[in-house]
Design a protein around this ligand. Structure first.
Ligand code: NAG
Ligand code: NAG
Ligand code: NAG
Ligand code: NAG
Ligand code: NAG
Ligand code: NAG
Length: 511
């Protein structure tokens, strides 16, 4: 994956506590107050403690007067052994999700600067550096829109080469979006990372309940005049369902003039973006309440002769190149009696997915994880992804469909039985589990058509040597000594051409 992820967006979640009576219908999904010990209410939303979604980490309170409840606690991860610390959420496979992670350091560990670390959502990793925001007294949040590719979604934190103290997290929001939202993007190949979302001409941030998915729409006020709308819109009639409140204010230019908006209000890295712009004619509805203009982005035609009525309209591009500063220009035709208007905009970075580990391989590894006692500490999240953080002992193929090709837990201190499902890891070439305390029988491995080497020596395995081993076409090395195996060596295995087979000492196997 060549595209790196940037999130330049700072959030000032207000520091003052304001109590909102909570009788609003909650959005569908999960709202977690990480490290918290009780439910809290904020902005009409109820956030619950995170204990049911993660097994590791410690909790800390932040002592800072007037801090909103959501930022007043963190979960942090002092463990030096584990590689990743993961939350797991049961989700509806195939549904679209808005995932927001919120960080506010608050000096919870007595330090001066927040630690830098990685965040990994379903195998897609990005760097969390909240240093600049924290220096300005702000919390930071990271947001991604994606489709759930499995029944479980993992959000992990991991240490990286810049991590000098303990990774932490303040809050997680994982909310379902209606399927029609942002549906012009192929979510099988991409996720959308939120870069900017602004309400032009408004003074307040628009959030839940005005936006039923709790998307944050930040106010953007520039030198252009602001107009107030005389009629409301119907969000469900709009592409992407923008909140009705978004259209209360728009920015405009006087009659016949061109409107220029410098937005997003910061330079962006060179890559492709999804851009959506939202418009409504602000006048009282009448047969004449419409205006037409061209929409240009950095001088290039984004939309020609856009006819904006009092019903409003969304225009978007799924892949638009941007680099550095961006300028939106709205040009009315000559002698137009009114100026152009614009109400809001969104920009997302298109993030090519890192590829997905085959679901069945993930399920088998989950079986192994449950079956083994004393498994490696970092066996959490996706076994293969991100690439430099695969599980201890697991080697994976590269490419879009990631498979597990080798499992090597030689002398890793594991005990317990080998679950039969291991034979569903059909891309395995090497299976090395020697010098552990494995018990039970050797399961049927007949589906491991690519298996070249099998090491199960120095365990406490019982039963017979499966006949099927002799049928594996590529198998050339089998080590089974020092177990409690019985019976005889299957002829097909013993007589296999060029096989390097070791069964003794330590078994009661006749040859
Ligand atoms: C974190 O919690 C664990 C388990 O409750 C405890 O043993 C450990 O001392 C705690 N670590 C810190 C740094 O508080
Ligand atoms: C983190 O952000 C700060 C402030 O922007 C910057 O000075 C620092 O180099 C960044 N660190 C890393 C490792 O990216
Ligand atoms: C996306 O949603 C819009 C609005 O509901 C709908 O009109 C359109 O057909 C959908 N497009 C796709 C590709 O599903
Ligand atoms: C714009 O839309 C309105 C309402 O549908 C229509 O009456 C008007 O003719 C349109 N203007 C242009 C230039 O197409
Ligand atoms: C498995 O790990 C052991 C011990 O670390 C090592 O000696 C062996 O070469 C590894 N086998 C494979 C196939 O990588
Ligand atoms: C059998 O495999 C072992 C381990 O890879 C190797 O050390 C040994 O030389 C092999 N023996 C033969 C006869 O190929």
């Amino acid at each position: 994956m060549s595209t790196s992820i940037f999130l330049l967006w700072l959030v000032s979640i207000p520091l003052a506590i304001y109590a909102a009576p909570n009788n609003k219908i909650q959005p569908h999904g999960f709202l977690l107050n990480c490290g918290g010990s009780e439910k809290i209410e904020q902005d009409s939303l109820t956030y619950t403690p995170d204990d049911n979604f993660i097994k590791t980490g410690n909790k800390s309170e932040i002592q800072q007067e007037g801090l909103v409840p959501l930022l007043s606690s963190v979960r942090y991860f002092p463990d030096d052994v584990e590689e990743k610390f993961c939350y797991h959420f049961p989700v509806n496979k195939g549904r679209k999700l808005l995932v927001k992670t919120i960080y506010y350091y608050g000096g919870f560990d007595g330090g001066k600067e927040p630690p830098i670390f990685d965040q990994i959502i379903d195998g897609t990793k990005w760097n969390i550096n909240t240093t600049a925001d924290y220096a300005e007294g702000l919390s930071s949040y990271y947001e991604i829109i994606m489709v759930a590719h499995n029944k479980v979604l993992s959000i992990c934190l991991a240490k990286n080469e810049h991590t000098t103290s303990n990774p932490f997290i303040s809050a997680i929001e994982l909310l379902y979006l209606d399927d029609s939202l942002y549906n012009s993007t192929d979510f099988g190949k991409y996720a959308l990372v939120t870069l900017a979302r602004h309400s032009f001409g408004s003074h307040d941030t628009i959030i839940f309940p005005d936006d039923k998915f709790n998307r944050y729409w930040y106010p953007l006020l520039d030198d252009n005049p602001v107009v107030t709308s005389h009629t409301s819109i119907t969000p469900s009639a709009f592409w992407n369902m923008p909140p009705e409140k978004l259209f209360e204010n728009s920015i405009t230019a006087s009659r016949g003039k061109t409107l220029v908006v410098n937005w997003p209000p910061f330079p962006v890295p060179k890559t492709y973006y999804y851009i959506a712009l939202y418009f409504q004619d602000s006048r009282t509805p009448s047969p004449f309440s419409w205006r037409v203009f061209d929409v240009l982005v950095n001088g290039a035609k984004f939309y020609s002769n856009l006819n904006v009525t009092t019903d409003g309209v969304t225009v978007y591009s799924t892949t638009w190149p941007l680099e550095g500063e961006t300028k939106i220009t709205l040009i009315p035709p000559n002698n137009s009696p009114v100026g152009p208007v614009i109400a809001a905009g969104e920009v997302f970075q298109l993030l090519p997915l890192a590829g997905l580990t085959l679901t069945r391989d993930v399920a088998v590894m989950d079986d192994l994880r449950k079956s083994f006692n004393k498994k490696p500490q970092d066996w959490h999240g996706d076994p293969c992804l991100p690439k430099d953080k695969s599980w201890t002992g697991v080697t994976c193929s590269s490419g879009m469909n990631t498979r597990i090709i080798s499992l090597n837990l030689t002398n890793a201190g594991i005990s317990g039985p080998l679950p039969p499902s291991i034979s569903k890891l059909t891309a395995l070439t090497h299976l090395w589990l020697g010098s552990n305390e494995l018990t039970g029988q050797i399961p049927d491995l007949s589906q491991l058509k690519y298996l070249e080497t099998l090491h199960l020596e120095n365990n406490q395995l019982q039963g017979s040597i499966p006949e099927s081993l002799g049928q594996l076409p590529k198998l050339r090395e089998v080590f089974l000594q020092n177990n409690h195996l019985k019976g005889s060596i299957p002829a097909s295995l013993k007589n296999k051409n060029g096989i390097n087979l070791t069964v003794t000492p330590g078994n009661e196997v006749s040859s």
